[in-house]
Design a protein around this ligand. Structure first.
Ligand code: FES
Ligand code: MG
Length: 582
């Protein structure tokens, strides 16, 4: 039997591998596990004494962002074999942002549970997590953090830039833009059909700085990817090389006993917050990073985001807040180049999966295009891209991506027009009887974690057609929903507590005056406490949305946006016995 030179690279002996409990003991069960591995087609010398690496793959035929991952898993396996490990690929839930309804956010915690329980219940020594489309990154890392094995995340990589009639298109962002153009009568069906071909023209996740790119960048700065991995285009040959390196890396981590908790430290999460804000990243990252940190036993709050936002400028000139796309970012130096301009705010002495320190990892990182990755003296915005609001409408907070809003709206008072749910909004928004003006404040409720359910990305409420035709492209909009990372506008999101559980949003009435003041970080409903108390007395909670099934579990267990929307039973501290010793 050949075993890797364990002692040369680390501290773990083959008998100390977790999988040894399944394979190496002198008992009936080990005999059975070895026999069944012969059934899988492997000789003893191919796997005994080697780290078993689970490759969790979110590939599926319905997920265009991950359609290349089935093939890419082969490169990961190549790397695992090369380093003397034993790779086993596990298909896991695919969360396709585009297709899954009401929203893949409803299923983020389900994938996190699946990740955790698969890694725990099988003979796994280390893991490679393959994801990228929005919720897959936090889901996989949340589950893996709860198990705490040596783990490397493999980002799916952004798709190629979109093109249409010599215009460069950003997936998501330009979908919203051109749909509005169609509603305004500026383009017709013919143009729309051409746009269908050009918006998303290769495998890979959205190539704007939307939720996918934000979260994969967060994974890289946390230190759980191969350096530079997150911006490599999905179809670039470099992505395949990175996949093989990911396989080699995780085997090394196993021998060194470098588990996820040694990497996912408070300093790492603080750096992820700073990076996401300096990227002008998605508001969804606020919820996901809070939930991920929670699984690492670290309390991250909305106020942490606001505090850090005031200390970092936005340096990434990427859509939807800026001009460029992820491929440009990659060739401008990618995340290592970007981070080289933030070294004063980063914790450089913490370890990553690739280096003893982040400092070492960033050594030699360069920026090759100062317009894509801005220097500190020429930022896209002076402060981080997300502001946290407080006030009587959002006692537990709300967020706004102010860099993607029209500046004139960042301090605005206007009368509310209230929609009780998204269907009502869709059915009535174009009704001239509402007589909406650009000064109105559109308010949507019933779209939060329980009420949505799953906080669908309804937060960029549509502007009525008749205002679009007058050239109005932004209005103040409020909701307890989320917003796509590729969206834009003066949209106040994640209002907590949500209306469904009786947050003040439930008490707003059409005609009430509302003031948004981003500089003061405030959102205020001009209705006095006495009147609000009397409205509350008249309020009745909506009926439960689910009588049974996963939705009922979700409804019972989901926490509010300000604490990350994890399940209460998953995010609380507590011991879980090892399956082999219980
Ligand atoms: Fe998958 Fe945008 S749809 S990342
Ligand atoms: Mg999205």
């Amino acid at each position: 039997m050949t075993t890797p030179d364990a002692t040369a690279s680390g501290t773990i002996a083959p008998e100390e591998l977790r999988s040894h409990q399944w394979y190496g003991t002198d008992g009936l069960r080990s005999f059975s596990h070895r026999a069944r591995t012969r059934q899988l087609g492997y000789l003893p010398e191919e796997h005994l004494g080697k780290p078993v690496i689970a490759i969790l793959n979110t590939w599926s035929d319905i997920n265009p962002c991950h359609v290349h991952l089935r093939e890419r898993a082969q490169a990961v396996k190549r790397g695992v074999w090369q380093a003397g490990g034993f790779p086993l690929e596990f298909p896991v839930s695919t969360l396709s942002e585009t297709f899954q309804k009401p929203t893949p956010m409803l299923y983020r915690n389900l994938l996190a549970m699946e990740t955790e329980e698969l890694l725990r219940s099988y003979p796994v020594d280390g893991a490679v997590l393959m994801g990228g489309c929005d919720k897959t990154t936090p889901a996989l890392l949340m589950g893996a953090a709860s198990v705490d094995l040596p783990t490397v995340f493999l980002p799916a990589g952004p798709m190629l830039p979109g093109h249409w009639r010599n215009v460069v298109l950003g997936s998501g962002t330009d979908m919203w833009k051109y749909w509005d153009d169609r509603r305004a009568g500026l383009i017709g069906d013919c143009e729309l059909a051409e746009l269908e071909n050009g918006l998303a023209r290769s495998p890979g996740h959205c190539m704007t700085m939307g939720t996918a790119s934000t979260l994969t960048a967060a994974a890289e700065v946390l230190g759980v990817t191969v350096p530079g991995a997150s911006s490599i285009p999905a179809v670039d040959s470099g992505h395949e090389r990175m996949a093989a390196e990911t396989g080699r890396r995780v085997v090394d981590l196993v021998w060194r006993g470098l588990t996820l908790s040694k990497i996912l430290t408070p300093a790492a999460y603080e750096d992820a917050v700073a990076t996401v804000l300096a990227l002008g990243g998605s508001t969804n990252a606020v919820i996901h990073l809070i939930a991920m940190a929670g699984r690492s036993g670290i309390t991250l709050t909305l106020d942490d985001f606001d505090r850090v936002a005031r200390t970092v400028p936005v340096l990434a000139n990427l859509r939807p807040g800026g001009a460029y796309l992820m491929e440009d970012f990659h060739f401008a130096g990618g995340l290592p180049g970007f981070l080289s301009r933030l070294t004063d705010v980063l914790h450089l002495d913490r370890p990553t999966v690739a280096h003893d320190t982040l400092r070492e990892q960033l050594d030699g990182a360069l920026v090759h295009n100062d317009d894509v990755i801005r220097p500190r003296d020429n930022p896209l915005a002076d402060e981080g891209g997300v502001a946290v609001l407080h006030g009587n409408l959002c006692p537990d907070g709300a967020v706004i991506k102010h860099i993607a809003a029209e500046p004139r709206l960042l301090r605005h008072t206007g009368p509310a027009v209230v929609f009780d749910d998204y269907r009502q909004l869709q059915n009535t928004i174009n009704d001239p009887a509402l007589a909406l003006t650009p000064d109105h404040v559109l308010v949507l409720r019933g779209a939060g974690p329980k009420g949505g359910p799953g906080m669908p990305e309804y937060g960029m409420l549509p502007i009525p057609d008749y205002l679009l035709k007058q050239g109005v492209r932004d209005m103040v909009r409020l909701s307890d929903a989320r917003m796509s990372g590729t969206s834009y506008g003066a949209c106040v999101l994640h209002i907590a507590p949500e209306s469904y559980v009786g947050g003040p949003l439930a008490l707003v009435r059409t005609g009430d005056l509302i003031t948004l003041d981003v500089e003061a970080r405030s959102l205020h409903l001009h209705v006095d406490d006495e009147e609000l108390t009397s409205r509350r007395a008249d309020w009745t909670p909506p009926p439960a949305r689910y009588g049974r099934g996963y939705g009922a579990l979700y409804q019972d267990q989901i926490t509010q946006a300000d604490t990350g929307c994890d399940f209460a039973f998953l995010s609380r501290p507590g011991d879980v016995p090892d399956p082999y010793v219980s």
